[in-house]
Design a protein around this ligand. Structure first.
Ligand code: ATP
Ligand code: MG
Length: 295
């Protein structure tokens, strides 16, 4: 079975961008691949060094969001980056070239949003360089981008993001989702319901494409003809999002019990450490740094 590594920075709760760009894919892939989900707390510190306390809270939130969307903690190992010492150990050797978190478990595939492609490219370079110098130890991991490689933000920004405050979070209350959608910007040229619209520049249309694909041709046609208004179009989207998010909310509540998420993270991290130990044995063998092997 090929292996996957993917994950999130615990800088805030997850949103629809993660759902469309990565989580939806992860849930599908977990049965076909040996899956590792990294809660990248060390990466989070590259931007959130001023609020280290928040990261601990978000480690649990992000793990819960993954499970809420259908990740099965028995199949997918959800783990905490800083608790896998082999990643740090590898970094020392990769310091010869640079970063390490994808390679510690020798992942084959990395499902990510488009913004992460340069990161995967650097990782492929490092794997290739290592293999060239010491022999084949690492697969050169392939990036796998979903159909929605970048979900637009509520404010029309090119990316819905935790740090830009333009997100619909997976655990938002339905009333808040309603408010966020109703106040989102649509085509500014449409003042009256019958004005012809330009779906290609409309945030709401982008969301229909991501979460209501079946109705897209009809919505596009009606919008261009001025046969549906923005309010109706938004209300329809709210209903469609609720169909997706109601079960996510339910599953989240099921797992949001004292201690449970910590147990899941400990279990996932143990499996990640095991994968890391295997990798380090291969690395030390290849680099001839397994000095005490005989003892
Ligand atoms: P931050 O702003 O703190 O960096 P983020 O919203 O970018 O947070 P990350 O944890 O950095 O979230 O990203 C986790 C994964 O989700 C990555 O694979 C990323 O490409 C993907 N992702 C994040 N936002 C979107 C989006 N709007 N559309 C598609 N994929 C996304
Ligand atoms: Mg990011």
């Amino acid at each position: 079975m090929e292996r996957i590594l993917t994950g999130d920075r615990p800088t805030g709760p997850l949103h629809l961008g993660h759902y469309a760009g990565s989580l939806r894919n992860r849930v599908k892939l977990q049965s076909e691949y040996d899956t590792f989900i990294i809660v990248a707390d060390v990466q989070a510190l590259t931007t959130h060094w001023e609020t280290p306390g928040l990261i601990g809270v978000n480690v649990r939130e992000v793990a819960l969001d993954n499970i809420a969307c259908g990740l099965n903690p028995e199949k997918a190992s959800i783990f905490v980056q800083s608790m896998v010492p082999q990643i740090a150990e590898l970094t020392i050797f990769f310091g010869l070239f640079t970063t390490a978190d994808i390679l510690f478990c020798r992942a084959d595939v990395v499902p990510v949003g488009e913004d992460q492609l340069p990161h995967v490219e650097v990782t492929r370079f490092i794997a290739g360089r290592f293999n060239e110098l010491y022999g084949e130890v690492f697969p050169e991991p392939r990036a796998m981008v979903s159909d929605v490689s970048r979900l637009i933000g509520l404010d029309g920004n090119a990316k819905m993001s935790k740090s830009l405050g333009n997100a619909i979070y997976l655990n938002d209350h339905p009333a808040d989702i309603g408010k966020k959608i109703m106040s989102a910007v649509t085509d500014p040229a449409r003042i009256h319901k019958t004005d012809p619209g330009h779906p290609e520049i409309c945030t709401i249309f982008a969301y229909h494409k991501a979460f209501n694909a079946g109705e897209v041709p009809e919505i596009e046609d009606c919008c261009r003809k001025g046969a549906i208004g923005c309010v109706g179009c938004k209300k329809n989207l709210i209903v469609k999002l609720e169909v997706i998010l109601a079960p996510v909310r339910e599953r989240r509540a099921e797992y949001d019990k004292p201690g449970l998420i910590d147990d899941i993270l400990i279990m996932g991290t143990e499996k990640a450490v095991k994968a890391g130990v295997e990798t380090m044995a291969l690395v030390r063998e290849a680099m001839h740094t397994n000095y005490w092997k005989e003892r």
